[in-house]
Design a protein around this ligand. Structure first.
Ligand code: URA
Length: 219
């Protein structure tokens, strides 16, 4: 089962590497696909790769990734046991001197790229999906979702999978005031802890059901 998921994710990754469905591939270095164990209970969804992710080819390895890693560790969630991906698979930026400034993907780009995210989710069928910010939530639900209103809630997709909504770690990095940043960070850790518990609860429920099925089969 896991081997099958692994093969399907690898096949999607290869296909997405040549994606030309929107113009973002032109200036990006490469497609940055999701990564993590195919049996992961939790899938984290970000917005799009940043400058470092674009160069390295892996999601969440730049400043936002470091922030996410630190918060996950503090929340007791093991990133290595999660699958981490993005709503949009190419880096969108504006050149500014020697820098490449992040530009938010628009609704059309999110929509076109949605097929990759939904295919990943369809293969992985995780216990819980965590939407990190507005772009992730918009891609998952196919419509805008107000993060301020739904933060901390678990919403349900049409396919029955659960989505926990929280902010994007970059929003913490952008806060100019140190006290605000620390308060926002503490809330983010709290959200990730809640998500970790929801994911683990789902895993426990799944294990109990599997045991009951196995027992049923033996009787
Ligand atoms: N921000 C994201 O949303 N994803 C990344 O991979 C990096 C930064």
């Amino acid at each position: 089962m896991t081997d099958d998921k692994s093969a399907r994710i690898e096949s999607l990754r290869r296909e997405a590497a040549d994606c030309r469905a929107c113009p973002l591939w032109r200036n990006a270095t490469q497609t940055v696909f999701g990564e993590g164990p195919p049996a992961a209970d939790i899938v984290f969804v970000g917005e799009q790769p940043g400058d470092r992710e674009d160069r390295v080819g892996r999601p969440f390895v730049g400043p936002a990734g470091l922030m996410l890693d630190r918060a996950l560790a503090e929340a007791g969630v093991d990133r290595n046991r999660a699958y981490v991906t993005n709503a949009v698979k190419h880096f969108k930026f504006e050149p500014r001197g020697k820098f490449r400034l992040h530009k938010r993907p628009n609704a059309g780009e999110i929509d076109v790229c949605r097929r990759w995210l939904m295919s990943e989710i369809d293969v992985l069928k995780p216990r819980l999906i965590v939407a990190l910010g507005a772009t992730a939530a918009q891609s998952l639900f196919g419509r805008p979702v107000a993060i301020g209103k739904h933060r901390g809630e678990t919403l349900v997709l049409e396919n029955g999978l659960r989505v926990f909504v929280t902010v994007h770690p970059s929003s913490l990095l952008r806060l100019p005031d140190e006290a605000d940043k620390q308060a926002a960070y503490a809330l983010f850790v709290q959200d990730l802890r809640a998500a970790g518990e929801l994911g683990a609860e789902g895993a426990r429920a799944g294990a109990t059901a599997a045991l009951a099925r196995a027992r049923g089969g033996l009787l």
